[in-house]
Design a protein around this ligand. Structure first.
Ligand code: GLC
Length: 472
């Protein structure tokens, strides 16, 4: 059975409420469960954590603009670009940012602490985004943070510092790595124009060049996984249009024939160095996509496969000074729904160019953490309950199935209701329902409409978050 391909229904994204970037990756339509015992164990561990931090940090943070995409010639509203500059001049000025990106206040321990206080248990850090700028001291290219304005700083191997700081706080550690590389002559060759996100030359006519790209990619990933960067738990590969033909069963200009980088070889190497590593070749269904990664949305119904939704706290992934952040309630409601549907939330944040987190991000994370501190039992280490929701109440259960949790959510900005009513999951007759916020039993009764639970008095309610969890 292990090899069986699970066909899953497509879902629609509720992207209107979670952010606007179009071309967001969708969840794969198929899932192949891993066979390796270490990977199965690691997946289970990862599913216990529920809440992670996705960090986008690179040259685009220095510029305070959308990540990487401004150097790609696809014209989209979400890719604003200085209209006065010619494309070539713009691209040159973008590359030149390497000479001014100098994050003097870089302090990954502070990021790890902020995430830990928020209840996050894993991190995924952009070692290289599509622009090809390396946030690690790669030997394959000089286009890196370690060779630019930050080169004399002892912390210049930024990714290594990030992984160490988060590991110190017991996170599971993940490396985001973009398969496409818009700075590499093996992907975007200067001989030709770069009309879109894809490689800009014919692979059939230039096999030598494409093979060089394969070697380059393999070597970079090997550098990250061979132990120099410590234990890496997740390899999160972005840029799903880089995939073999056949896997790209979707229309549109984003996909252009085969861009086969020999994933079996990369995966074999990855597992040799890091036996339990979760391979997340996102949106490329098959044995190298150990979990699925919808983006900026939540599947309408509960998927069968392990999954994680990545959603930025702001509207953009990287730091943009004018960004508008989601409220702690929005984050909690999203986390509750995702958890009830068996997924994880990977929340995106963008450190500032100086290396600190925006104060607003830290403040919001702190509020989320304060709620989870009391109510987190309903989230962490849980699995979905057979009936996973009733209206705006989301259900989970402990891994042994002995406890059920209900997370009641109400509309932000509205006063908390005096009581909530749900259907489907009921305590045993005469059983107790404990309010996790207060640790005290809550009054409840069976009504025609289901179970009606009385909320604690307003002074005992969580501050700033319109949700409350119960255990029974
Ligand atoms: C989208 C964006 C990409 C970003 C990713 C994070 O695919 O296009 O830039 O890194 O989301 O999930």
């Amino acid at each position: 059975m292990a090899n069986k391909l699970y066909c899953l229904l497509f879902f629609s994204l509720i992207s209107s409420s979670l952010g606007a970037q179009t071309f967001a990756h969708e969840r794969s339509s198929e899932y192949v469960p891993p066979k390796e015992p270490e990977v199965i164990r690691q997946l289970d561990r990862w599913q216990d954590l529920k809440f992670g931090m996705l960090i986008h940090w690179g040259l685009y943070s220095r510029l305070g603009i959308v990540e990487s995409w401004s150097i790609c010639s696809e014209e989209e509203e979400w890719i604003p670009r200085d209209s006065a500059a010619s494309y070539d001049a713009y691209k040159r000025s973008y590359w030149a940012t390497i000479d001014s990106f100098k994050p003097d206040k870089f302090d990954p321990a502070a990021w790890a602490t902020a995430g830990r206080q928020a209840g996050m248990g894993y991190v995924v850090f952009t070692t290289k985004h599509h622009d090809g700028f390396n946030m690690f001291d790669t030997k394959q290219s000089d286009f890196s943070i370690a060779k630019g304005a930050f080169r004399d700083d002892p912390r210049r191997n930024v990714a290594k510092e990030v992984f160490a700081a988060f590991r110190q706080e017991s996170y599971m550690v993940g490396a985001y790595f973009s398969k496409p590389d818009w700075h590499s002559q093996y992907y975007w060759w200067d001989r030709y124009a770069t009309p879109n996100r894809n490689n800009n030359y014919s692979i059939d006519k230039n096999p030598w060049r494409w093979n060089k790209f394969k070697e380059f990619t393999y070597s970079q990933i090997e550098e990250l996984l061979n132990g120099d960067y410590g234990a890496i738990d997740i390899l999160w590969l972005d840029g799903g249009w880089v995939r073999p033909a056949g896997g790209a069963a979707r229309a549109g200009r984003a996909y252009k024939g085969s861009q086969d980088i020999d994933m079996p070889r990369i995966a074999a190497m990855a597992r040799r160095y890091q036996p339990g590593i979760l391979m997340v070749d996102r949106t490329v269904p098959g044995e190298f996509e150990n979990y699925q990664t919808p983006e900026r949305g939540i599947p309408d119904s509960r998927p069968d496969a392990p999954w994680e939704s990545c959603i930025p706290l702001g509207n953009d992934w990287g730091y943009v000074p004018t960004d508008v952040y989601k409220t702690p309630t929005k984050v909690i409601h999203t986390l509750a729904e995702i958890t009830a549907k068996g997924g994880n939330l990977l929340l995106g944040i963008g450190p500032k160019p100086d290396g600190t987190l925006p104060g607003e991000v830290v403040a919001r994370l702190r509020q989320v953490g304060a709620w989870l501190q009391k109510n987190g039992k309903a989230i962490f280490n849980t699995r979905p309950a057979p009936i996973y929701h009733s209206g705006d109440t989301w259900f989970t259960q402990s891994k042994d199935g002995k406890k059920t949790y209900a997370i009641a959510c109400w509309e932000e900005g509205q006063p908390a209701p005096r009581s909530v009513t749900w259907q489907g999951n009921e305590p045993a007759p005469g059983g107790k329902i404990v309010c996790l916020q207060t640790g005290k039993p809550a009054a409840w009764k069976k009504t025609g409409g289901g179970v009606e639970v009385t909320l604690p008095s307003p002074k005992d309610l969580p501050v700033g978050v319109a949700a409350l969890a119960f255990e029974f």
